[in-house]
Ligand binder design. Structure first.
Ligand SMILES: Nc1ncnc2c1ncn2[C@@H]1O[C@H](COP(=O)(O)OP(=O)(O)OP(=O)(O)O)[C@@H](O)[C@H]1O
Ligand SMILES: [Mg+2]
Length: 508
């Protein structure tokens, strides 16, 4: 029985010995993977292990070089995007792939109606269908809202609504929670569980092990493009997964805290910005310390970072830099004060995807690396090699375009390029988002080393254990201002309480 009628025991999806290369890069080197009805199957692996590539084979975006794809008991040599959709495969990416100029209802119609009927428009029905699907995913979004006006998590819900509407039985999620708040994440988990209860199979990619333990039934680990094991989640612990993933045990996740902080590097007195909703922030960050900013999304953390980097300049209060009041009116002004900022949205501000890795790593530091003003390829190469080695950036070479790197490795480039500017104050907004656990440990160590060398670090991360584990002090923001400053290592419930404004929350 090779490709005969589907058997009840057949998995929804089965990959056997699937391979895929991009030129000299072997992204998939023989992957076995199976997804059953009614399971959440996590896919885990280091940055560049091949997770996204495997997913793109399943959605028909990439044709495999070799191997077999079996869906609902039938073999397929390769899939096209249309064939994959017709087979009930839907994928929710971290960055939703909707048309920004169209409305939500139009986007859903494009996904759900065959192209031939697209022109025979029944607007009322289309609108009602969109409203019904949005309600099923618990989204309070108007069907005639334009997608460009929706926040990222709302766009993600539209994607999930489209998957529901298409009756998808195989739902793939590639790092869906990277940019979600706690509440949005819980809503997403509830949706995933509901899909599972209806018999769908869900492939779930995440670098956050706690999510995998909370949500998944089984987990398959990829390493260097090959599957190294599939386990029932209830039979494994974190250490086992890490061992499978990186092939060794890791040291402690967080380096020891700094011994003592130095002089104030930046002092904020009553700082505010009406346009971004930040008000009356009193805060000091010292040379040699890591100051974590905790708070819910919307609490004002990124807004405060943008004030300090001159993107939305302060219109109230005083900022004191190296003992004197300064006005930071632009990023150039911030850089002149020695303030650097690694933004959270690497795709928009972090890297230039078309340019080589080496150039991306040296862009921000041109003046220091090339003091005479001309580009010295050798100097660029030396710096690039050093950062690539230090951060373990997986790339075909320094000349490879950043666009060809895996998501997590692009993130490492985004962080790495600022390290070379040797700033006095470094603001990191979600520096380890999408970064695998081994590289996370490496980044944590690096950030601590920089602080030990006298740098003042302001760390924004929605990964609460990271803020708690890495910071010397934690400033908790809520409603656009700092509500409490807690010592590093404060237990998570206390930090959450301050962030939510329950139990008093302490004072600044
Ligand atoms: N279009 C492409 N051209 C060249 N190389 C590619 C391309 N897409 C992926 N690769 C390479 O294939 C390998 C696997 O990448 P993939 O994106 O699948 O990793 P991943 O497991 O999803 O990693 P991450 O956790 O960082 O998202 C990487 O070495 C990557 O650089
Ligand atoms: Mg990926």
């Amino acid at each position: 029985m090779v490709t005969s009628a589907p058997q009840p025991a057949d998995p929804l999806l089965a990959f056997t010995a699937v391979t895929k290369s991009f030129g000299p890069v072997r992204a998939l080197a023989g992957v076995d993977f199976e997804l059953r009805e009614g399971e959440v199957h996590a896919l885990l692996g280091e940055n560049g292990a091949g997770k996204s590539t495997l997913i793109k084979v399943a959605t028909g975006a990439h044709a495999p070089d070799r191997g077999s794809i079996r869906i609902n008991g039938r073999n397929h040599a390769a899939l096209t995007p249309a064939a994959a959709r017709a087979l009930g495969i839907a994928c929710i990416y971290q960055q939703p792939a909707l048309f920004p100029d169209l409305t939500v209802a139009e986007n859903l119609a494009l996904r759900l109606e065959p192209a031939a009927t697209w022109r025979r428009v029944d607007w009322r029905r289309r609108h009602a269908r969109a409203a019904e699907l949005l309600q099923r995913v618990g989204a309070r979004i108007a069907p005639d809202a334009e997608v460009r006006d929706l926040a990222m998590p709302e766009q993600q819900l539209v994607e999930i609504a489209a998957a529901l509407g298409a009756g998808a039985r195989i739902v793939i999620m590639d790092e869906p929670t990277a940019a979600l708040t706690q509440r949005e994440q819980e809503r997403l988990f509830a949706l995933v569980r509901a899909l599972r209860a209806e018999g769908a199979g869900i492939v779930y990619i995440s670098h956050r092990l706690d999510e995998i333990f909370a949500l998944a039934d089984r987990v398959t680990v990829l390493r260097d493009g090959a599957s190294v094991g599939t386990r029932a989640v209830r039979d494994v612990d974190e250490a086992t997964l890490i061992q499978l993933m990186v092939g060794r045990t890791l040291g402690p996740l967080y380096p020891p805290r700094g011994l003592s902080a130095g002089a104030p590097a930046l002092e904020l007195r009553g700082v505010g910005c009406a346009a971004s909703g930040v008000r009356d922030v009193n805060l000091t960050v010292h040379a040699g310390e890591i100051l974590g900013l905790a708070g819910l999304v919307g609490a004002g953390r990124t807004e405060l970072a943008r004030i300090l980097f001159g993107l939305t300049p302060a219109d109230a209060g005083v900022i004191i830099s190296q003992g004197r009041p300064v006005r930071i009116a632009s990023p150039a002004g911030a850089l002149a004060e020695g303030i650097a900022y690694v933004p959270e949205d690497r795709r928009r501000h972090g890297v230039v995807p078309e340019l080589p890795v080496a150039q991306n790593l040296t862009l921000a530091a041109h003046r220091r690396i090339f003091p005479r003003g001309w580009l010295r390829a050798a100097a660029e190469r030396t710096v690039a090699d050093r950062v690539i080695a230090r951060l373990g950036i997986k790339t075909a070479g320094p000349e490879a375009a950043v666009a060809t790197l895996s998501g997590g490795n692009q993130q490492k480039v985004a962080v790495g390029r600022w390290l070379e500017t040797r700033p006095r104050v470094l603001i990191l907004d979600e520096p380890t988002q999408g970064v695998d656990i081994g590289a996370k440990v490496e980044l944590h160590r690096l950030i601590r080393d920089l602080a030990n060398g006298g740098l003042a670090v302001i760390l924004i991360s929605s990964d609460l254990p990271e803020v708690i584990g890495l910071s010397d002090r934690i400033a908790v923001m809520r409603g656009g201002t700092v509500r409490a400053v807690l010592p590093g290592g404060t237990p998570a419930p206390a930090v959450m309480a301050a962030a939510l404004g329950v139990d008093g929350g302490g004072t600044a």
